[in-house]
Write a protein that binds this ligand. Structure first.
Ligand code: SF4
Length: 349
């Protein structure tokens, strides 16, 4: 980031247009700046060929146009690539590129660290530093797009990286204005999934707004005591409260809410656990994603046996619950669910 200059990306659309007009542009030209920046992803004003040359030269003295820096790349044998990004204050976050055949998924972060502290998650173990700003959220997509030549191609986005998005809801909503805007990044709402453990006061607020992207609830156990062992934070709703909120939810027709369930050997992978989850899902418009835990020496939990995963799935399917087993990706580079590490961030303190 250029010293002492405010990031151009922190301005909302109207603010950016207003700033352009103040610098002598006509309103349609000022809007063109926004289109160059976001719709065409061009962050060097010299290339904004539709705008006056003097403006293109001068504007760089007023705002900083730089993206977060890629400090390191870790490539998994399955092609998953984790980028370590440095923010303006030297804090580090991770963003992940996940190719799966013809599908591409980008996993981005919402906070530096995470205050929820889930016991199976390396990010949670590293503590919380700060919320990401709106631009730090959407620029992860732009950086990943550029690095992997994805501009103009379809991809899915998951907010499943570092942090709990509902604890940074205002900045996330602000970032969505740019992400969803047809003149902005123009990414479809339906291609985005926001993952949450279910934050008190926020889950209801989120579900009431049908303009927000589909949501995935990280449940991990339908038994309250077990779930508390995995997700001890007091800010998190109980299993009963989550079910009540989902029962009342008025999400769009045909848009099911995902229930994410990390399967941990001898902890939450028994028949009893599966029946509890089946009971939880009964009557709700949900689908279940089972995610066998990625074993890691820094965590006290183990991956489930394959047969147990299948048995678990069968019990849910027998109740008519749409259930998929999500293949772990990027486990060898700590890029899989729960393994985004905070090591680099801690070094920056
Ligand atoms: S699993 Fe998600 S909510 Fe829990 S500590 Fe990790 S990043 Fe935070």
């Amino acid at each position: 980031m250029t010293e002492n200059l405010a990031s151009v990306f922190e301005m909302e659309k109207e603010e950016l247009i207003k700033a352009g007009i103040e610098k002598g542009l006509k309103p349609f030209q000022a809007k063109d700046c926004y289109v160059w920046l976001y719709n065409r992803r061009v962050n060097s004003p010299e290339e904004w060929s539709s705008l006056p040359k003097t403006f293109r030269k001068e504007i760089k003295h007023y705002f900083d146009f730089s993206f977060p820096q890629i400090l390191k790349e870790s490539v998994s044998k399955d092609g998953t690539t984790k980028l370590l990004l440095e923010l303006y204050d030297k804090m580090k976050i991770e963003a992940v590129y996940i190719p799966q055949g013809k599908r591409t998924t980008l996993c981005i972060s919402s906070q530096v660290g995470c205050p929820v502290g889930c016991s199976f998650c390396l990010t949670g173990k590293g503590g919380f530093i700060r919320n990401l700003t709106a631009s730090e959220i959407f620029l992860q997509l732009v950086v990943l797009e550029k690095r992997f030549s994805l501009f103009g191609k379809h991809y899915n986005v998951v907010l499943m990286g570092m942090g709990e998005p509902l604890l940074n809801l205002d900045n996330f909503k602000k970032s969505l204005k740019i992400i969803l805007d047809p003149e902005g990044l123009a990414i479809s709402r339906r291609r985005i999934t926001v993952s949450t453990v279910g934050i008190k006061g926020k889950l209801e607020e989120y579900l009431q707004d049908t303009g927000l992207p589909p949501i995935a609830i990280s449940l991990h156990s339908a038994m309250e005591e077990k779930r508390r062992k995995l997700i001890p934070s007091r800010a998190v709703l109980s299993v009963k409260e989550i079910r009540e909120i989902l029962q009342k939810s008025s999400r769009r027709e045909r848009e099911k809410i995902s229930i994410e369930y990390v399967l941990i050997r001898d902890f939450n992978d028994s028949k009893e656990d599966a029946y509890a989850l089946k009971k939880f899902c009964k009557g709700l418009k949900v689908k279940v994603n089972l995610i066998p835990l990625n074993q890691n020496k820094l965590l006290d939990f183990n991956s489930p046996e394959k047969e147990e995963v299948i048995k678990f799935q069968d019990i849910l399917s027998s109740g008519g619950i749409s259930t998929t087993i999500r293949k772990s990706r990027g486990g060898d580079i700590n890029a899989a669910c729960g393994l985004l590490s905070t090591m680099e961030k801690i070094k920056a303190r």
